[in-house]
Design a protein around this ligand. Structure first.
Ligand code: ARG
Ligand code: ZN
Length: 471
């Protein structure tokens, strides 16, 4: 029954129900999750963040991380309470300059501001904290990584709660200022523009970084340790900052020979995807990550990628994510194919560019690699489930799906789809369904069957896309 229906019944019981409902309406807590079925606690309801100012101090010797994050946000409903995603121990919270009470459990910082925040209000949320991030786990997992010379805040889908309080979901993007003070002689890398270092009174140095474009929380990173930093200018005039751990050992040469080519890779990808969406370029290579990640403007790489020698494919993959993942971000984590399928396909394009095999040859190779009874074909790239979010099938079969599209619509429409999509959704969020609709609109073709075959069927498709005229 609607409130209006209750009102018109006119009975005493209905009136008191209405009164109760009215009281409840005045107290409107923001939801503890933003509504992502894969991660029900990810993000929060009731507000939208526009900027994070993260100002920290880090002592590598003890792993103590302390400081203040100031969040600029706007309430999207009346709020008597709201959540931030955070695992570190907070010591104080202020909302619009007034002290707020708060509790913390299970990765949620629950804030009770003084009074009710009206819908559409500007919020300034100041959270002060001091903790040892490596000592905090959530669901048995610690995303913060300590390394012998410092620490790394690099992970997907969750890293933010180990270093700053946030609305931790890709649908709430914001600009970032990140500064970290460390003992003199330690380096700090983060996203975007480098605003230099300043001497602190205590013999520490503060490093200043700024992301000028909307950025998701999982793509914000810090890498603290002993790094060789190389600065240059890309052909398009943008600043390039690369950093190499002093502990790369025998991988140092191959790592530099690969990552120093970042702006060449970006220049190539611009031809395929349209203008590079961000203000700076670069890469960071350090032991202790265990994977590579497309941190906005400055991807990060484990040196294992360069163990055999040069590897520009991983550079192409992570930089393709700057368009597919970082600028155009998933609407929900189920849409991960929009990131990994296209970044993996960029490796096919790069392979063709450097003369090491056409996209068609790469697609056939992957298709033939897995027999029909291989579990590879049971994972649906279009909705893999949280356990399989980074399964090889999301990457490899995901790339085959992109190639199947190319074969079906032809090169001209295919590259207009890619360029049109990255322009249309720039700095936004998107779902797999929206991509399919967009591809259909641009090509004028009905593509449901194709995407059902390549993204949503738990078995091996009958033929490799493009082989003997098949798609
Ligand atoms: N997006 C990253 C890549 O493309 C993968 C990150 C995997 N995350 C993880 N926690 N293993 O390579
Ligand atoms: Zn990837």
């Amino acid at each position: 029954m609607s409130l209006r229906a209750k009102l018109t019944t006119g009975t005493a019981a209905a009136a008191s129900l209405l009164l109760l409902a009215g009281t409840a309406a005045a107290k409107q807590p923001g939801a503890p999750g933003i509504g992502d079925p894969y991660y029900p606690n990810a993000g929060n309801g009731g507000y939208d963040v526009s900027h994070y100012d993260i100002r920290l101090n880090y002592q590598p010797a003890t792993d103590n991380l302390s400081g203040t994050t100031t969040i600029l946000a706007r309430s999207t409903q009346d709020l008597n309470r709201f959540n931030l995603d955070f695992v570190l121990k907070a010591s104080s919270v202020r909302v619009n300059n007034k002290v707020a009470s708060f509790t913390q459990a299970d990765g949620e910082l629950v804030v009770d501001p003084k009074g009710t925040l009206r819908e559409g209000s500007d919020l300034t949320i100041v959270v002060t904290y001091s903790d040892v991030p490596s000592s905090r786990s959530l669901g048995g997992f610690t995303a913060w990584k300590r390394i012998p010379d410092g620490a790394l805040a690099i992970d997907e889908p969750d890293i933010a709660p180990w270093w700053f309080p946030s609305n931790n979901h890709p649908t709430d993007k914001a600009t970032f200022d990140v500064s970290v003070a460390v003992p003199d002689g330690v380096e700090v890398l983060s996203n975007g523009i480098f605003n230099g270092t300043t001497k602190q009174i205590n013999g520490w140095t503060r490093w200043w970084w700024r992301s000028l474009k909307p950025q998701t929380t999982y793509l914000a990173f810090i890498a603290i340790g002993q790094f060789e930093i190389r600065r240059s200018t890309a052909p398009n005039g943008q600043p390039v900052i690369n950093a190499y751990s002093e502990r790369l050992g025998e991988d140092a040469g191959a790592a530099k020979a690969s990552v120093e080519r970042t702006s060449e890779v970006v220049e190539f990808l611009e031809e395929k995807f349209g203008p590079y969406p961000f203000e700076a370029q670069g890469g960071v290579v350090t032991p202790g990550i265990g994977f590579a990640l497309e941190n906005q403007t400055r991807s990060t790489y484990d040196p294992a990628f360069f163990r055999r020698g040069t590897n520009t494919y991983v550079v192409a993959h992570e930089n393709a994510h700057q368009w597919f993942g970082d600028s155009v971000s998933v609407h929900g984590w189920k849409d991960i194919w929009l990131n990994e399928g296209f970044a993996s396909y960029a490796e096919f394009l790069w392979s063709e560019h450097v003369g090491e095999g056409t996209a068609q040859e790469n697609a056939e190779f992957i298709y033939d690699l897995y027999a029909a009874d291989h579990p590879f074909w049971t994972v649906l790239p279009g909705d893999p489930g949280p356990e399989n979010q980074f399964d090889g099938a999301v990457y490899d079969r995901g790339a085959l799906a992109v190639h199947a599209l190319r074969v079906a619509v032809g090169d001209e429409d295919f590259f207009s789809i890619l360029k049109g999509w990255t322009a249309h959704k720039r700095y936004g969020n998107a779902s797999v369904e929206e991509f399919i609709a967009f591809a259909e609109k641009v090509s004028g073709e009905q593509l449901d069957e194709l995407f059902k075959t390549w993204l949503f069927t738990p078995s091996k498709p009958a033929a490799a896309p493009g082989r003997d005229g098949e798609f």
